[in-house]
Design a protein around this ligand. Sequence first.
Ligand code: NAD
Ligand code: TYD
Length: 351
Amino acid sequence: MSKHILITGGAGFIGSHVVRLFVTRYPDYKIINLDKLTYAGNLENLKDIESRPNYIFEHGDIVDEAFVNGLFEKYPLDGVIHLAAESHVDRSITDPMAFVRTNVMGTCNLLNAAKNAWKGNYEGKRFYHVSTDEVYGELHNPQEFFVETTSYDPRSPYSASKASSDHFVRAYHNTYGLPVVISNCSNNYGPNHFPEKLIPLMINNIRNKKPLPVYGKGENVRDWLFVKDHARAIDIIFHDGKNGDTYNIGGNNEWKNIDLVHLLIRLMDKKLGNPEGESTRLITYVTDRAGHDLRYAIDATKLMTELGWSPSVTFEEGLAQTVDWYFDNWDWIENITSGEYQKYYESMYKL
Ligand code: NAD
Ligand code: TYD
């Protein structure tokens, strides 16, 4: 069946994998990618699918009311998959208002536009909000996992802004009957991951023999999921999820940061032809992140049992694929670190 789906943030890390999956898997759908192309947005991520007939790019800001309403007039939208966000915790500590603007105001703006355009005719309509496990706060007891009913306890400006947007999504469902689904996912890794985040930053710095900054003692724990498995989960939840429901997505794959850095050193030194462990000397312990959450861990039982999702790759396979991708695409990361891609888009889209 043909559908028009607006995907926001489709030029970013996870969004680009979601756009590719939908454009290639559903040739009958029209996929409209709305992205502001902030520092994190990069159309290079979508080069392989940009000329497909069912793909359209719309450059704009989710906070811009007239622009977002205009998209609902321009296209007969059946669905929204909302990923656009400011996504980096460290940036949220230095510039929290940017997170309030995009993550809270932008989400409300999209909800309002969908409500006004769909006017209560919700048959075949769906608003999918992509969120994070960080809204649940941090875990201390190793036996504990985040489930869908865990109380919200956001502790960084980033997670507070995402928690706020989740609340608005549920409020629009409860108050106006808007057909929504929400998913809360653990840390993603994979190709096209922006090199300010832990895994691509370490890969790039090991290659360039630069210091590997480990916050605090490196004992914080994250649950890592391959980005393509997140995109697959979004596809399943978008099509089969229950209206008003929340689904946790996770890799059941917890790593202490310092252990993960050692693993990356092993993989990278091997690929670079370095003596084993050579890059260990690059590890540099630095001042801890303010309010650094200790541990995140997702229980994804609901998604696995109700909707039949499970990760398609092990961490070993996913990480090997990721390292291989960076080795085949050093120019991608170099364009980012040199600012070349931003200059190109600044002139093209008059940013
Ligand atoms: P990202 O930072 O790589 O990409 C964000 C994208 O949104 C970029 O393309 C950017 O240009 C766009 N954008 C930002 N502000 C915008 C605005 N005002 N209007 C339009 N577009 C705008 O982020 P990501 O890591 O791909 O995360 C995508 C979503 O998934 C976010 O909502 C994030 O909270 C959520 N999430 C991320 C992770 C993770 O590990 N990265 C885990 C769970 C959930
Ligand atoms: P990050 O990739 O920023 O994701 P998040 O903060 O959303 O979990 O960081 C993952 C973990 O790695 C987190 O505990 C912070 C830590 N970290 C470092 O130790 N050094 C770094 O340079 C970065 C970017 C993160």
